[in-house]
Design a protein around this ligand. Sequence first.
Ligand code: ASP
Ligand code: MG
Length: 453
Amino acid sequence: MIVMKFGGTSVGSAERIRALGARVRERLDRRPLVVVSALSGVTDLLIRGAHAALRREAGQDALLRDLRDRHHGAIRELVAEDTVRDRLVGHVDAVLDELRVLYTGVHYLEELTPRSLDAISAVGERLSSEIVGAALAADGLPARALDSRTLLVTDDAFGRALPLTVETETRLRDAVVPLLEGGTVPVLGGFIGATRDGVTTTLGRGGSDWSAAIFGALLHAEEIQIWTDVDGILTVDPRTVPAARVIPEVSYDEAAELAYFGAKVLHPATIKPAVEKGIPVRILNSLHPNAPGTLILGAAAGREGEPRALAFKKGISVILIAQPRMLMAHGFVARVFDVFARHRTSVDLIATSEVSISLTVDDARTLPAVEKDLAELGDVRVLREMAIVSVVGRGFVRHAGLAGRIFRALADVNVVMISFGASDVNISFVVAEKDAERAVRLLHRDFFEGEPR
Ligand code: ASP
Ligand code: MG
């Protein structure tokens, strides 16, 4: 079987839902299980409504009307048969009535607990899964919506609940496996679950990818497809380098590395359950359904020693601490790090020589205090408005020539600091913020835009 997860924009309108049905139909022989997000923007709206209720602001009526119109509209366009339509409209109205009561409760109690917020934000997926299930069925597919709260069992850490694997696996075995075996396409809402006692929980914002990975891992899927609105993970941010290309294959470690730099396609932590079981995760664009997308694999992907992607992060400060007496001294590095620990400031890159240490931080708030304490240990210099540029790939330490090629490509860009060898999946260096884009463009041209070497 495979899992096909569709994000908010992929279920954002009747037209998008119809396209979703076409994608499912093409893969019927692979026994798909469909996981859907709320209609685009709905979760945000639900949460905003909750905070407005807490502040005792009016406006919940308008919000409820908006939600009602949007979901009723989708039903009208997707489902022709009266009895089915009536049942769906009834479901939407009942769930929205519940939402109204929840908002009223928040308003009068002037209290919004994580538990009530979960009940409120789960509404989007409760509605979208029913509508998508019915739309697929209306389109002649053997689809059936199930309430994820009866399947995904979690602990009671509301707002960031953790799945209880054994219980969830049992529920899936009882309620989902027979459907899949009978050729039915189950349609489940992502992001939501319930405690053993049936109290609604959520996995945290963006949690639908995680739901898809959990279901896929427990059902031993052969593949998990994340259908979104971009072509995959790119070699670089296309706003900086328009020639950015889709990476066909990337390892989990590389994807995790890129996420630190803000690659927004998906958070690798969310697909960990799948990767741990060796299940490939494919990112696909529901607007370009025939594009190959990006395949994320737990183990090796592509060639070793070849850069896979470039990333950069601005707003970095470099701190240089020089202490001539450090020569042959011990305990100096520990004292330096102790200062950062005391000020709860995390350090990213580090380079040391016999008598000095350079390191980077991306949080400038504690810098003045850190600087003051460090001054007791040596001469301190701070370079602000710096950027980390990172070349991400695999097997870097074992392959010759890469560092040379990188710094040759950078030509006249002034490199302030280099970190190489701490991990096998990246080479990072620091340049002035104003040089970051140019550095990235030069590297992209050299590594990704030429003839394959
Ligand atoms: N609808 C939820 C959110 O917007 C979960 C998801 O889409 O992944 O956070
Ligand atoms: Mg999402």
